[in-house]
Design a protein around this ligand. Sequence first.
Ligand SMILES: NC(=O)c1ccc[n+]([C@@H]2O[C@H](COP(=O)([O-])OP(=O)(O)OC[C@H]3O[C@@H](n4cnc5c(N)ncnc54)[C@H](O)[C@@H]3O)[C@@H](O)[C@H]2O)c1
Ligand SMILES: O=C(O)C(=O)C[C@@H](O)[C@H](O)[C@H](O)COP(=O)(O)O
Ligand SMILES: [Zn+2]
Length: 365
Amino acid sequence: MSDTTLHVPGAAPYDVIVGHGLAGRLPGILGESVERVAVLFGGDLGALADGVVEVLVEHYDVLALGLPIGERAKTAAVAADCWEALGEAGFTRSDAVVTIGGGATTDLGGFVAATWLRGVRVVHLPTTVLGMVDAAVGGKTGINTGAGKNLVGAFHEPTGVLCDLSLLESLPREELVSGLGEVVKCGFIADPAILDLVETHDPASLTPSSAVLRELIERSIQVKIDVVVGDLKERGGADGHPGREVLNYGHTLAHAIERTSDYSVRHGEAVAIGCVYVAEVAARAGLLDPSVVERHRSAFARVGLPTSYSAASFDDLHAAMKMDKKARGSQIRLLVLEDVGRPRVLAGPAEGDLRAAYSAIGGAA
Ligand SMILES: NC(=O)c1ccc[n+]([C@@H]2O[C@H](COP(=O)([O-])OP(=O)(O)OC[C@H]3O[C@@H](n4cnc5c(N)ncnc54)[C@H](O)[C@@H]3O)[C@@H](O)[C@H]2O)c1
Ligand SMILES: O=C(O)C(=O)C[C@@H](O)[C@H](O)[C@H](O)COP(=O)(O)O
Ligand SMILES: [Zn+2]
């Protein structure tokens, strides 16, 4: 099957390419003015990085940097190590960063590229479903702090994104399933065809080589592109649409779960729980029909994702939710749905509704 090119228009347009064996495209995307390329890769993905480095060394001086695995890469200390390495290797504004890994790697690598010399080119090669459909696209980069998830970061759009589906072959099943959390989220916020595909296909058939997984990935990328081209910096959309905040559906509780569990819950799993939770809140606020809440439970559960949570107290999660970037002052703001594809912001939800919704997903309120 041929490659698919999904174009991201804007002031600095770029393409997201989905296909197989895409590393050979890198020199064409990076361009001729680049002399040095830093390859930032997930520390357990050396074999995948080797194939990319082999292509790059034909054209550039390559600095390969293995990062701590997963979320442990998203720290100020790791970013500082990368800055030191770029400095020692003499990276200038005409040089570039290439990331190879999951969303944690593209977030950290994107942040390093955003901050080095106030911004150098970055091309992402996401190696997880979640990285392909979400983290590598749209220019959000960031690291965590003790106070919470992604609290330091920058908007820095990539020069290109290469989603090589062959790289998913080695991805553990639970990581693939985690990525489906963001896919199903896209179904609820904007593309009901995603929900239909999930509801009508055997979840076991969603393998890296399957046509249906590819369609789910491409549809989700298109949802993300459509949102970010309208509101790149999350300032709000037109005509009352929440804009980029729509992509944060389910994330207020999700990030609180990740942080209070010391990142032992995968991001996509936390998003699944967070979406069911916020649907419960919306139902209690009289905004969402209970049948749509049940559709949340069944769609996420069907692909193997959790829909309940009880490992933290409501008070701890509530405190963590106040660090959400959508909050203003001491007021929590939630992205909720009035129906599939009908998002809106609910500012200052009643604390009783927040507690009752936690109880409805299995927690002790
Ligand atoms: N910037 C954004 O817009 C955005 C969007 C969504 C999520 N995120 C961030 O992305 C992160 C989650 O990303 P993730 O789910 O990809 O997790 P991850 O990056 O932590 O990777 C999960 C695990 O899979 C391994 N792995 C990755 N690719 C592999 C492969 N092909 N074969 C074998 N193992 C592989 C990794 O080494 C890691 O151990 C979170 O930090 C989240 O906040 C960012
Ligand atoms: O791209 C966005 O915008 C998103 O909100 C996508 C989310 O899936 C992603 O997890 C993002 O990193 C969350 O951003 P944050 O601003 O809440 O940290
Ligand atoms: Zn997310």
